[in-house]
Design a protein around this ligand. Structure first.
Ligand SMILES: Nc1nc2c(ncn2[C@@H]2O[C@H](COP(=O)(O)OP(=O)(O)OP(=O)(O)O)[C@@H](O)[C@H]2O)c(=O)[nH]1
Ligand SMILES: [Mg+2]
Length: 208
């Protein structure tokens, strides 16, 4: 069984708008974080082999809640609200930050963060804030350089190299980085393997 197949039973579970209505802090969770429009929801859909599990949009800032998706009774994928969307009202932005802060500082189930970035605009200030937040809260990070279909192969590899180099100069902890495209599914197996590892899901060997 392949890694994406292990995530294919994922179903929508619930949405939280405030710390008070987060689901019970049990089992294991992997969060999808990133700037608005980077492709978090698209990546989540592709990783779970489902077209419309998480809502995707051409309008940035559409996912305003923390959406929980159940892989099985012990494992969840979590679609976080996108950050860095300047047009969202300040009050709303502050509310998201408070909710994310609460989530990151208290969540025992959180075992890793998939940080989704548009490969054409990686490592913006807000991404660094998210990275610092993860490091501070001892949460492992795996970066998807998404939309790599927008660049040629050489350019995409150059960006990958540049991001790895920049991170090796600043990060205090190991951060893994890969190319990804929710459109063409480049990097799907690699990303799904990382997530399954964090969620403690292992492919069963076929019976001999
Ligand atoms: N070409 C290309 N477009 C993509 C890719 N991934 C996402 N998109 C497009 O980018 C836009 C934003 O995608 P979403 O998945 O909604 O982004 P998001 O990060 O969930 O956005 P918010 O929920 O607003 O934070 C949509 O129009 C997607 O179709 C990709 O790999 N390649
Ligand atoms: Mg989204």
């Amino acid at each position: 069984m392949s890694y994406p197949h292990l995530l294919s039973q994922t179903e929508f579970y619930l949405s939280s708008s405030a710390a008070a209505n987060l689901p019970d802090d049990v089992g294991l969770e992997v969060a999808m974080a990133g700037r608005s429009n980077a492709g978090k929801s698209s990546a989540l859909n592709v990783l779970c082999t489902k077209k419309a599990l998480a809502r995707t949009s051409k309008t940035p800032g559409r996912t305003q809640l923390i959406n929980f998706f159940r892989v099985n009774e012990d494992a969840c994928l979590v679609d976080l609200p996108g950050y860095g969307f300047a047009k969202a009202p300040l009050k709303q932005q502050q509310k998201w930050i408070k909710l994310l802060e609460h989530y990151y500082s208290t969540r025992k189930a959180l075992s890793g963060t998939v940080l989704v970035m548009d490969i054409r605009h990686p490592l913006r200030d807000a991404d660094y804030s998210m990275l610092e937040w993860c490091v501070f809260n001892r949460c492992d990070i795996h970066i998807l350089l998404n939309k790599c279909d927008k660049l040629g192969r050489n350019q995409a590899n150059q960006q990958l190299f540049a991001v790895r180099k920049e991170l090796s100069e600043v990060a205090e902890i190991g951060v893994s980085v890969q190319l990804f495209s929710a459109l063409t599914k480049v990097g799907l197996d690699e990303a799904a393997e990382k997530i399954c590892h964090w969620l403690d899901l292992t492919p069963k060997k076929a019976p001999e």
